[in-house]
Write a protein that binds this ligand. Structure first.
Ligand code: GCW
Length: 684
C-alpha cells in the first residue's frame, strides 16, 4: 500500500521532463535511426571530425545525405561552405574546425525550419580570428559580477574529476562559433600559474580542444614576485623575464595549443609595469616576446584610469595613444566598447578610431553588471551592433568593426571578447532570456554584419518556439529592451548613477566619505541648480577631441550632439529646449516614464506568450519581467525625485505620479548576498 502511494505521488508531483533551461538553444530531437553521414576520401577522422559526425548522425533528420570534407581549396580561417546538389549536401572547410562550424550551421537551419535548396551554396568566414569569452571566475569558485551561481570550473575536483558540464560548455560555444576562452578573472590571482593549477587548466583544455576552443589565462603581473620568490616583477629585469620564460615553457608542455595571456595591469589596484616606472609597452612586449615562439598572444587591457584630475573618459586614450605602433605583433589592446565602463549607453571608445598601428579588439560585457543583472531582460546584440557599426571617421567609413577586423601587420590576430554571464546554475545564465546574450555574442563575433533582429529570431526559434505568434512579439520585446533599460535607468547620456558596490539599483545621491571622486555618481551627473551632465566639450574636459572630425565637432556642439549622448558630452540647463520642443527637465521625466511603460508592455507580451512556452520557463521569466517593471519605477522615482531637488521643476502634469518617496529610497539599501537570485524578492 505504502509503496503504491509512493509511486503514485512520484508520477503526480514530479514532472518527468521538467524544463530547466539547461539545453540552451540546442534542442534538436535525437534521431531514432542515425542519419547518413560520410567523409570524403582524403578527410581524416580527427576527434573534431568525430564530433561533427556524431552531431549529424544524432540530430540531422533529413533523408538528404551529408558528406564532410577537409580540403585545402575550401574556405580557411574556420570558414566553411555548405553546398547542396542532387547527390546531397557537402560541408567543406580547410580545417576540421571549419567543418564543425558548418554542421552547426546546417543544424541551425534545420531547427529554424529552413533548408538548403538544390543548387544553393552558403559560404561563411568569421569576422574575427578569436571569438573569445572572458570568465571573471576566481579560483575559490566565486565569480566577479556573476549572477548565475558559482563558477562552472570546479578547481577542487580537477584534474581528477572532469565535470560533464565542461563538454556541454564546449559544445554550446562551438555551436555559435566561439573558439577561445579565458578561464579566470582579470583581477587574477597569482596562484593561477602554480603547477598545481596549470595541471587543472590542462584538464579543462583537453575537453575544450576537440570543439575547437583554445584556452587562455588571465595573469597577475606580480606573479614572479608572489609565486616566483623574486623581489621584483619589473618587466626589464632579466630574472623576471627568465621566470616568465620558464613558466610559459611549462604551460606549453602541459597545453601545447595554449592561447596566451589576458592582462589587467595598473588598473583598479592591479599590479603592473608602472609599479617599476615602466610603461604598458614594456610590460606587454615582455610577455609577447616570451609567448611568441609558441604563437601565443597577449591581450593587454586598456581599461585603466587613475583618481587623477583628468576626466576618466579620457584616460585610456591618454595612456595608450602615445604608444601606438610600439606594441609587438602578438599584442592586442583590448578596449571596452565605451570610454568609461559598460554603462547602459556609451559612445564608442575613441581608441578604436585613434590607434592606427596597433591591433585593437573590442571587449563587451555579456554579464549584465550594469543592466539589471540576471533579473532584467536586456538583449545586448542591439547595443553591440551600435558600437560595431559606429563610424570612427579614421578613414572613409571605417567602423569599429572594420577597425578591429583590419590587420595592422600580416601576422596579426584579430579578436572580439565578451565577459561571460555563465555560472553553475542549471540554465547557465540565471535568466533563461539571458542565454540570448551569450548566443548573440557568439553569432556577432562570427559575423558582425548579422542584424540584431536575425539573431533574436534565431535564438527564440531554437530556444523556445518557431511559432510566429511567439517569435514576432517576443523578438520585438528583445529588440526594444536595450532602449527600454536606458530609458528607465540613464537616458540622454546619463551614466554611472548606480548604487555603490552591487551596481544593481539607482543611487544618484551616493556619497561615501573618503571615496575616490570618480567612483561616485555625482562625478558623472554633475547635477546642480543650473542643469545636469558632464561637460566634455573643448570648454570642459575636452574628451570630444579624442574623436575624429566630424564627430569631434558634432559632439562638441550642444545643438548637433546626438540627444542620446547629450548629458554625456554637455552640462545642459534644465530649461534647455530639446528637438521635440520639450524642456530637458520635462523630456527627462517623459523618457523615464517611457522606460517604465515599456517594461509594463513586456510583462503583457510575456503573458500573451504563455501558450508557447513550457510552464517552468514561463513562470520564472514572468517573475523576472514583473520585477523588472517594479525596478523601472524604482529607477524612475529615485532619479527624477533626486534631480528635482536641483531643477526645482514639477513633474509634468499627466506624466506620472511617483510611487515612492525620495527619503525612503535614500534610506533603502539593497543587500544582495546571493547573486544567483540577485535579491528577486527584495524591493524598496
Ligand atoms: O566594470 C568594472 C567592474 C569590476 C571589473 C572591472 C574590469 C573585473 O565593476 O568588477 O573587474 O570593471 O573590467 O576590470
Amino acid at each position: 500500500m505504502r509503496i503504491w502511494w509512493l509511486i503514485i505521488s512520484i508520477f503526480c508531483f514530479v514532472p518527468l521532463h521538467a524544463e530547466d533551461g539547461s539545453q540552451l538553444w540546442l534542442r534538436m530531437k535525437r534521431n531514432a535511426v542515425p542519419a547518413k553521414v560520410s567523409l570524403s576520401k582524403e578527410t581524416k577522422k580527427t576527434e573534431t571530425m568525430e564530433i561533427a559526425i556524431r552531431e549529424l548522425r544524432d540530430y540531422w533528420n533529413s533523408p538528404t545525405a551529408v558528406t564532410l570534407k577537409v580540403a585545402s581549396d575550401a574556405p580557411g580561417r574556420d570558414g566553411f561552405a555548405l553546398n547542396r546538389t542532387n547527390n546531397g549536401i557537402s560541408v567543406s572547410s580547410a580545417t576540421d574546425r571549419g567543418v564543425l562550424y558548418g554542421i552547426y550551421s546546417l543544424l541551425r537551419l534545420q531547427q529554424m525550419g529552413d533548408s538548403l535548396q538544390v543548387g544553393q551554396t552558403v559560404q561563411e568566414v568569421p569576422s574575427y580570428d578569436l571569438r573569445i569569452l572572458n570568465h571573471w571566475d576566481n579560483p575559490n569558485g566565486t565569480i566577479e559580477r556573476g549572477y548565475a551561481g558559482r563558477s562552472i570550473w570546479k578547481w577542487d575536483e580537477l584534474p581528477r574529476r572532469i565535470s560533464p558540464v565542461y563538454e556541454e560548455y564546449a559544445r554550446a560555444n562551438a555551436s555559435i562559433g566561439i573558439n577561445a576562452t579565458v578561464l579566470n578573472n582579470v583581477n587574477a590571482k597569482p596562484e593561477m600559474l602554480s603547477t598545481d593549477m596549470l595541471r587543472k587548466v590542462a584538464a579543462i583544455a583537453k575537453v575544450l580542444r576537440p570543439y575547437g576552443i583554445k584556452t587562455f589565462l588571465s595573469v597577475n603581473f606580480a606573479s614572479p614576485k608572489v609565486i616566483g620568490g623574486l623581489d621584483t616583477a619589473d618587466p626589464l629585469d632579466t630574472q623576471v623575464q627568465a621566470w616568465w620564460k620558464k613558466k610559459v615553457a611549462e604551460i606549453y608542455r602541459l597545453i601545447p595549443d595554449f592561447g596566451g595571456f589576458l592582462v589587467k595591469a595598473n588598473s583598479e589596484g592591479q599590479p603592473g609595469p608602472q609599479d617599476y616606472g615602466r610603461t604598458h609597452v614594456d610590460g606587454a612586449n615582455m610577455l609577447a616576446d616570451v609567448l611568441a615562439p609558441y604563437k601565443g598572444v597577449v591581450m593587454w587591457r586598456a581599461f585603466v584610469y587613475q583618481a587623477s584630475s583628468s576626466d576618466r573618459a579620457c584616460q585610456a586614450y591618454e595612456e595608450f595613444m602615445p604608444f601606438d605602433g610600439q606594441f609587438k605583433e602578438n599584442v592586442i589592446i583590448q578596449v571596452k566598447n565605451g570610454p568609461i565602463d559598460f554603462q547602459p549607453r556609451e559612445p564608442f571608445s575613441p581608441l578604436f578610431g585613434a590607434m592606427r598601428n596597433t591591433q585593437v579588439m573590442p571587449e563587451f560585457q555579456i554579464t549584465q553588471e550594469y543592466l539589471g543583472q540576471s533579473i532584467h531582460t536586456v538583449f545586448l546584440a542591439t547595443m553591440w551592433k551600435d558600437c560595431l557599426d559606429s563610424d570612427t571617421y579614421q578613414e572613409n567609413g571605417l567602423t569599429v568593426a572594420g577597425a578591429t577586423q583590419r590587420r595592422t601587420v600580416p601576422g596579426a590576430t584579430t579578436a572580439m571578447a565578451g565577459v561571460a554571464n555563465i555560472g553553475d546554475v542549471r540554465n547557465w545564465t540565471g535568466s533563461d532570456m539571458a542565454q540570448s546574450n551569450w548566443y548573440a555574442f557568439g553569432r556577432l563575433s562570427w559575423n558582425t554584419e548579422l542584424p540584431a533582429a536575425n539573431i533574436a529570431d534565431e535564438f527564440l526559434k531554437q530556444t523556445f518556439s518557431t511559432d510566429e505568434r511567439f517569435v514576432a512579439p517576443v523578438s520585438q520585446l528583445l529588440l526594444r529592451s536595450w532602449n527600454a533599460a536606458i530609458s528607465y535607468m540613464m537616458p540622454l547620456g546619463l551614466h554611472h548613477i548606480f548604487a555603490e558596490g552591487h551596481h544593481y539599483g539607482p543611487e544618484p545621491w551616493c556619497n561615501v566619505p573618503g571615496f575616490r571622486k570618480d567612483w561616485l555618481p555625482s562625478y558623472y551627473h554633475q547635477a546642480d541648480s543650473f542643469g545636469v551632465g558632464f561637460d566634455r566639450t573643448t570648454n570642459g574636459s575636452g574628451a570630444v577631441k579624442q574623436y575624429h572630425e566630424p564627430l569631434s565637432v558634432l559632439y562638441n556642439d550642444v545643438n548637433t550632439c546626438p540627444e542620446e549622448y547629450l548629458l554625456w558630452f554637455h552640462h545642459v540647463s534644465w530649461d534647455y529646449i530639446m528637438r521635440n520642443g520639450q524642456t530637458l527637465w520635462d523630456n527627462l521625466c517623459y523618457t523615464y516614464q517611457f522606460g517604465v511603460d515599456e517594461t509594463v508592455r513586456f510583462v503583457k507580451t510575456w503573458e500573451n506568450a504563455k501558450a508557447y512556452v513550457d510552464a517552468e520557463r514561463y513562470e520564472k521569466m514572468l517573475q523576472r519581467f514583473r520585477r523588472q517593471a517594479a525596478d523601472a519605477e524604482w529607477w524612475r522615482d529615485a532619479c527624477v525625485l533626486y534631480f528635482q531637488q536641483y531643477s526645482g521643476e514639477p513633474i509634468p502634469a499627466g506624466c506620472f505620479t511617483p510611487k515612492h518617496r525620495l527619503e525612503d529610497l535614500m534610506r533603502y539599501k539593497l543587500r544582495i548576498d546571493n547573486y544567483t537570485a540577485a535579491g528577486m524578492d527584495k524591493l524598496p
